[in-house]
Every structure is written in C-alpha cells, then in structure tokens.
Design a protein around this ligand. Structure first.
Ligand code: FAD
Length: 465
C-alpha cells in the first residue's frame, strides 16, 4: 500500500483528569459516573453528540442480563444487576421512558426509549461532575514507557491531547489498548472472525395486528427468507423491543464483517439500510396493513457485537458462562448465554451458532465445538444462576494504567457472547469506574487494588456482587 509521511507536530493538551473514560456507551457512562462520585476528576470522551453507545446510537433495546439466567423461556425474576442500571431505569421511568423497576423483573429485559436514555445520561453525568468532550474521536495515544500519558483526539477544534492518570477503554473495540500496542484478541481463535453486526430500525404507520395475524406474517417473511429474498436472521419485523409501542423496533438485520475494518463497516451500513428498505417495499406491496408504513428511523450506526478484546490476566470463557462460575474477585454479574450470531452470517433462522447451525459441517468452529454444546439449554448458565465477571478481566497484561470496560474486556469468543449484553456491560462499567477511583485514593496500581474493598464499595452503592 502506498504511504505518505505525516509530519510530527505539537498539539495542545486541552484537558487533564485523574480518570479519562474513552467512550460513552454502557461500558463507559457508568464508569464515569462511578469514578466521579468517588471523588476522581473524571473526563469522558465520546465521538457522537450524545451518550449511550449502542443503547442510543444502535437503537438497541431491551437491556438484557439484569435478572438471573432463564434457560430457554423460563424467565427468572431474581435481579443480578442493580446500582447505576436501576438508577437510570428509575430516571427513565419518571420520564415515561421505561417501565418501573419492579415491573422489569418480570420481563426478559428492560425496554426503554433511547431519547429518554440520552437526557437521563446527560443529567446524571453532569450531576456527578463528569467533564464531557462530545463530538470527539480518539485517534491515538501518547505513551510514557508502558503507561498511557495522554490520548490524542480529533474534533472540530482540531487535533488535541487529553492527559490522565488512569484510562478506561470503553470504546467497545478496545481502540485505546490497540493504539497503545497492548495485546488484544479478536473473534474466533482460528480465523479471527467476530459475531456478525446488526442494526435495529423502527417502522411506523401500519395498522394494528392480532397475534394470529403476526404469526401468519412471520411465516410469510420466513418463507421469503428461505427463498433468499431477505438476509435477516429472524422474521420478527413487528418486534416491539423499545418502551413505546406505537412503532416497531426490530432486531433482525445482519451483516457479517470486521467492525475494526472501515471497508466492512461501510459495506455493513449500505447493506443493512438496503435490506430494511427492501423489506418495507415488500410489506407495502404485499401486506395490506403495511400499505402506509414507513421507516421511522434507522440507527445512527450499524452495531458491532464483537471485535477486539483486551488481553488481561484472566479471559472470561464460555465455560465460565455455562457453569455459572463465581470468582473471589467477581465485580459484576452476568446471566446472558453463549449467544453467538454466526460470524459468517450463515445461521438461519436462529443465531445458535454452535448448537444448531444448519450449515454446520462446513464450519470448523461448529466441528470443534458442537459436541460439547449439544443443545440450546447447555449454552445457558444454570437456571436462576449467574456468572461473575472477575476484576482480572478488566486489566491489561501490558498497560498498567488501563482498564477495559463493556464489550472489550478480556474474554474468549464464547465468553463474550454472554457478557456483551448491556446489563452486564453497565455493571462492569460501574466496577471499572469505582476501581479507578479506589486505586487513585489508595495510591495503588490498578492491578493491586484491594478487590474485597472494591466489592464492598460496589455493594454500598447498591450493586449486587
Ligand atoms: C444488533 C445488536 C443487537 C443487540 N441486542 C442487544 C439486546 O437486545 N440487549 C442487550 O442488552 N444488548 C444487546 N446488544 C449488545 C450491546 O448493545 C453491546 O454489547 C453494548 O452496547 C456494549 O457496550 P459498550 O459500551 O462496550 O460498547 P458500545 O455500546 O459500542 O459503546 C462504545 C462507545 O464508545 C464510543 N467510541 C468508540 N470508539 C471511539 C473513539 N475512537 N473515540 C471516541 N468514542 C468512541 C462509541 O461512539 C460508543 O458510544 C446488541 C448488539 C447488537 C450489535
């Protein structure tokens, strides 16, 4: 590839903080709130003009993983994540943007309105005293030996640096660790492919549908999918995953590719939008109730389910998930199962990669794994149980002043297929921010944080650990 020389230059250090949180999604916003509440001077950098990550920029809803494991459809009502997740749910409820907390425990996830989440996060972060740099992309890091001295950012004001004592990588894609040269892994061990991306969209303007009619339409779309007309991974185009039910909020699109490769990301955006409009055209022409339907909104970005993982002293594994493993240094709880959306975009109509792929024999991953994960129920933690996220999975083996949060913590492909959901990421984020503040207050390296004290602080803050 042709290269070009970029001249070195002096750039202004526009801010300095104790804790610099990189990314404002489910792994980032709770980290910033927790660090600031515990007295650390905290700054959060986010590339969009709003917070929430895929919860807002991906229109992803509901928040999953807030209750104990429900194998198959046996929902469990036992909460396993509270703390900041409960607080934002209650704040959203006050704005009619989510059900009340008690009601969420009887559902499989917390359905919410992305606009309510945006304003709740604006308010909570400002109340906690977090300094915000929105519309700012982190492009690089400046190292001092093995420590990060500053992150380099780009925004409308130009190229700048933000210095810090501790950094939390909540970019989803471990951008900070990768730029710092720390080891990261990506996807399946043998081909590096991560789960396929996807995107939520909202349809409106259609006539009410009875349950019977929905079933009929689901079968009709499934039939069209079998014929190769649509490339969705399920037929639930009238899914109402968001809190308000005057529109559909469907989670059915699929785009295989590497979300750290801009070519794949570009193709994914174009393909997913085309698929949504192909569906709308079909519905308008063939389903009378959808004659006047319209795309109310597509998400600002196609969503990566999995990309880079920071390598820490411990990698959360698929077995940790399915065994409901507990750790002495557990700082968050997860209950979502080994829910792999085929990295090749193959499985139809389900997303049970290892358990029931119809194209299994062609796939080396299936060949290697399916015998130990024979059916869907074996992919779950035991009924009513959960697994711990160990603090060691938030550390980097290479960069002592870096913590990972959200979906880029240290985990295997199968481990991350469980821990990636937003309830778990928010719990991890709260722990990461609290750990950073504790390390600063106790003047200890991140790797030597007193984890039992950290767990007590989390409990005192309403978290379940
Ligand atoms: C199609 C799809 C469906 C899903 N369904 C569900 C579901 O139903 N329920 C559920 O709970 N979870 C679901 N998930 C998973 C969940 O949405 C994510 O795993 C979760 O949002 C991860 O949180 P995060 O903060 O780690 O990453 P993200 O949500 O990706 O947030 C990362 C943040 O960092 C910012 N950022 C990234 N790089 C930079 C940079 N270089 N500079 C500045 N800012 C940066 C981004 O803009 C973003 O705000 C789904 C995911 C997808 C893709």
């Amino acid at each position: 590839m042709r290269t070009i020389h970029e001249a070195p230059r002096e750039i202004p250090v526009v801010a300095e903080a104790d804790v610099v949180v990189c990314g404002g999604g489910p792994g980032g916003f709770p980290a910033a709130i927790a660090a600031a509440r515990h007295g650390a001077k905290t700054l959060l950098i986010e590339r969009y003009g709003f917070l929430g990550g895929l919860a807002t920029a991906g229109l992803v809803s509901p928040v999953l993983g807030h209750t104990a494991s429900g194998v198959g459809s046996n929902a469990s009502n036992t909460p396993i994540v509270e703390g900041i997740l409960r607080e934002i749910t209650e704040r959203m409820h006050a704005l009619d943007g989510a059900p009340e907390w008690a009601a969420t425990l009887t559902r499989w996830g917390i359905e919410f309105d992305a606009e309510a989440l945006k304003i709740v996060l604006d308010e909570l972060l400002q109340e906690a005293g977090v300094e915000l740099l929105l519309h700012t992309v982190i492009t690089d890091v400046v190292m001092d030996g093995d420590r990060i001295l500053a992150v380099v950012v780009e925004n409308k004001s130009g190229r700048q640096a933000v210095a810090g004592k501790l950094f939390i990588d909540a970019t989803g894609d471990a951008d900070i660790a990768a730029r710092a040269g720390a080891p990261t892994t990506k996807g399946r061990p043998f081909d590096g492919r991560g789960e396929s991306m996807g995107s939520f969209f909202h349809l409106a303007g259609y006539a009410p549908l009875s349950e019977e009619r929905k079933q009929e339409l689901r079968e009709q779309i499934a039939h069209e999918m079998e014929d190769g007309r649509f490339r969705f991974y399920n037929a639930g185009f009238f899914g109402t995953n968001a809190h308000h039910k005057d529109h559909s909020a469907a989670n059915m699109t699929r785009a295989a590719g590497d979300s750290t490769d801009v070519g794949d990301m570009t193709r994914a955006e174009l393909n997913v939008r085309r698929d949504i409009w192909e569906l709308l055209r079909y519905l308008r022409a063939n389903v009378p109730e959808f004659e006047d339907a319209y795309v109310q909104q597509t998400s600002p970005q196609v969503g990566p389910r999995e990309s880079r993982q920071v390598v820490g002293p411990y990698r959360l594994s698929g077995e940790d998930v399915t065994q409901g493993r507990k750790f002495d240094d557990g700082i968050a709880r997860g209950s979502w199962w080994v829910d792999i959306h085929c990295p090749l975009g193959n499985t139809y109509p389900v997303h049970l990669c290892v358990a029931s792929c119809p194209k299994g024999e062609e796939c080396p991953f299936w060949a290697a794994e399916h015998e130990r994960m024979l059916d869907r129920d074996e992919l779950y933690p035991p009924q009513g149980d959960w697994y711990d996220i160990p603090y060691r999975s938030l550390l980097s083996v290479a960069v002592p002043n870096l913590l990972a949060s959200g979906r880029c913590i240290s985990a295997t492909h199968e481990g991350m297929a469980g821990a990636r959901v937003m309830g778990t990421c928010i719990a991890i984020g709260q722990a990461a921010g609290t750990a950073a503040a504790l390390a600063l207050a106790a003047n200890t390296p991140l790797a030597e944080v007193d984890v039992q004290r950290l767990r007590q602080m989390l409990r005192d803050d309403g978290q379940l650990v």
